[in-house]
Ligand binder design. Structure first.
Ligand code: ADP
Ligand code: TYD
Length: 207
C-alpha cells in the first residue's frame, strides 16, 4: 500500500501567529525525525505563488468575493496537485500555513455570505481536508497591529479594517465548533513558545 503522510494546517486571522507557529511545529517535528514539507496558501507551488500576487496586493475593491473564491480555489488546486499530494504520497508530513478553511471564513463569511458556493467548489475541485487544523484565536486589534507592523506590501486583506477582522474571528470560532474532531482552538494571546508547546503536544499523538 502507498505511504500516506499527515496533513496539518494553521488557520486564524491576519497576524495571529500562524506562520511563526507553522515554522516552530516544522522544527519540532523534524527534531522528532519527521520529513516535513512546510508550505503556505495562497501559494505553495510556482503557479499558485503567481496567483497569490493577484490576491494580496492592490486595492481592497480589486476583486469581488465571488472572483476571490475562484482565484483562491485555482491556487489551491495547483498547490494540491504539485506540492501537497506528491508529498503525502511519499509519506511526508505537510504543514500548511492556511488552506480551505480560510476560504470558508474569509470569502464564505466575512466578505459575503457565500458558504454554500465555497463548499460546493471545494467538493468539486479540492475534496481533501487536513488531518488536523490549529485555529489560532486572538484579539483582532492586537493581531492587526502585529500584521501591519510587518509592512509587507501584502496588506490587501488587512486594509479591510478591524470590523472585518472581528467578523473573521467569529467565523473561525464557528468553524472550530463545526469541525470539532479536526479543529483545535489555540489561545494565541501568549508568548510564542507557550503557544508552540500546546501545539506540539496535540500534534504528538498524530504525527
Ligand atoms: P500570521 O502568519 O498569522 O500573519 P505571524 O506569525 O507572521 O502571523 O506573526 C505576525 C507578527 O507577530 C510577526 O512579526 C511575528 O514575529 C509576531 N508574533 C508571532 N507570534 C507572536 C506571539 N505569540 N507574541 C508576540 N508576537 C508574535
Ligand atoms: P497570508 O499570507 O497567510 O496572510 P497573513 O500572514 O496576514 O495571515 O494570506 C494572505 C491573505 O489572503 C490573508 O489576508 C488571508 C487571505 N486569504 C483569503 O481571503 N482566502 C483564502 O482562501 C486564503 C488562503 C487566504
Amino acid at each position: 500500500m502507498a505511504a500516506s503522510g499527515v496533513f496539518l494546517t494553521f488557520e486564524g486571522i491576519d497576524g495571529s501567529g500562524k506562520s511563526t507557529q507553522a515554522r516552530l511545529l516544522a522544527e519540532t517535528m523534524r527534531a522528532r525525525g519527521r520529513d516535513v514539507v512546510l508550505t503556505r496558501e495562497p501559494g505553495g507551488s510556482p503557479g499558485a505563488e503567481e496567483i497569490r500576487r493577484l490576491l494580496v496586493e492592490g486595492d481592497p475593491a480589486r476583486w469581488s468575493p465571488e472572483t476571490e473564491i475562484l482565484l483562491f480555489t485555482a491556487a489551491r488546486r495547483d498547490h494540491l496537485e504539485k506540492t501537497i499530494q506528491p508529498a503525502l504520497a511519499a509519506g511526508r508530513t505537510v504543514i500548511s500555513d492556511r488552506f480551505a478553511d480560510s476560504t470558508r471564513v474569509y470569502q464564505g463569511v466575512a466578505r459575503a455570505d457565500l458558504q454554500a458556493s465555497v463548499n460546493r467548489l471545494h467538493d468539486l475541485m479540492i475534496g481533501r481536508e487536513p488531518d488536523l487544523t490549529f485555529i489560532i484565536d486572538m484579539d483582532p486589534e492586537a493581531a492587526l497591529a502585529r500584521g501591519l507592523a510587518r509592512q509587507s506590501g501584502e496588506d490587501r486583506f488587512e486594509d479591510f479594517g478591524l470590523g472585518f477582522q472581528q467578523a473573521l474571528r467569529a467565523g473561525f470560532l464557528a468553524l472550530a465548533d463545526e469541525y470539532p474532531g479536526r479543529c483545535h482552538l489555540i489561545d494565541g494571546n501568549r508568548p510564542a513558545d507557550a503557544v508552540a508547546a500546546d501545539i506540539a503536544r496535540i500534534a504528538q499523538g498524530l504525527a
